[in-house]
Design a protein around this ligand. Structure first.
Ligand code: 2AM
Ligand code: CA
Ligand code: CA
Ligand code: CA
Length: 267
């Protein structure tokens, strides 16, 4: 992407994220209409939809040739990542949003010809904006994030993990996951994939293993994490698929091979 184009996208995306967040904050204490999607724990509120519609209208007005790939259905149906694609999760961590009124994020990734160029993750209630431009490093607000530590070992690592995957399930051998829980220093579960990536980039956790994420859950996070040296793939080690649901394993490169080999046994 040309520098001038990057600058325009950075200014606009950041402005829209802050505007969207202000709108969420101004309405989140009113009674919310809450619906369920694929199951009774899969929540969506009117603010998820309203926030996505806000981004859709801004993008279509300012960048009419760009595409939007997003969770709540106001984006485009895509069969490829040609051109410029905004991959947006308007509220990532909807369950946290509903139950905790914090620990949720707005996630915006901008891809050009399939390559992640710009990523933003905004932790709305903590007012922390994570951002990255490909090749230019990652930031937490205005502070540049250091590269990941290069001395992490499995036994000194913390892994982000939805506890579901340590229960019997049809995606991954839970016994191996349980062994990983024992062999690492510990696990954490934040309930927002975008924030999980943000915390990976900060080095607060060293790995993140999960069996179902959509592209908008990790699109920004992958770009930001790569800028500090992190690896993001599917849980079988294959490159991520930007059009479909993925298993995901993201980690510090020191432990990536060890964990995949010893603890990730897909069914
Ligand atoms: P969401 O809040 O935008 O739906 C929760 O562990 C994390 O997984 C959140 O980032 C959540 O995104 C995501 N997720 C992906 N698919 C989900 C599903 N079917 N139900 C609930 N959370 C899902
Ligand atoms: Ca959702
Ligand atoms: Ca999400
Ligand atoms: Ca969402």
């Amino acid at each position: 992407m040309e520098n001038k184009t990057v600058d325009n996208y950075l200014v606009d995306a950041q402005k829209w994220i802050y505007e969207a967040a202000a709108n969420i904050k101004s309405k989140m204490n009113e009674p919310l209409e809450i619906d369920t999607k694929s199951n009774s724990n899969d929540l969506v509120t009117e603010l998820d939809k309203e926030t996505e519609r806000f981004f859709a209208s801004k993008i279509r007005e300012k960048y009419p040739n760009d595409f939007l790939y997003s969770e709540e259905g106001y984006g485009d149906k895509l069969s490829n990542f040609n051109g410029t694609v905004w991959v947006i999760d308007p509220i990532d961590g909807t369950m946290n949003f509903v139950h905790q009124k914090r620990n949720f994020a707005i996630s915006v990734g901008i891809y050009q010809e399939g390559i992640g160029e710009i990523g933003f993750i905004y932790n709305v209630m903590d007012d922390v904006l994570y951002s990255a431009v490909r090749g230019k490093g990652a930031y937490r607000n205005n502070s540049k994030l250091p590269m990941l530590k290069d001395d992490v070992k499995v036994e000194t690592s913390i892994i982000a993990l939805n506890s579901l995957w340590a229960c019997p399930n049809n995606k991954i051998n839970e016994k191996k996951v349980q062994q990983m829980i024992k062999d690492t220093r510990g696990t954490r579960s934040y309930g927002s994939a975008a924030l999980e990536f943000a915390f990976l980039a900060e080095g607060m956790v060293d790995g993140y293993l999960t069996m179902t994420l959509s592209p908008w859950d990790f699109a920004a996070g992958k770009i930001i994490y790569e800028e500090v040296g992190g690896i993001t793939t599917q849980a079988d080690g294959e490159p991520v698929d930007m059009l479909n649901a993925n298993t995901i394993f993201a980690s510090n490169r020191n432990i990536y091979d060890d964990i995949l080999r010893n603890y990730v046994d897909l069914k």
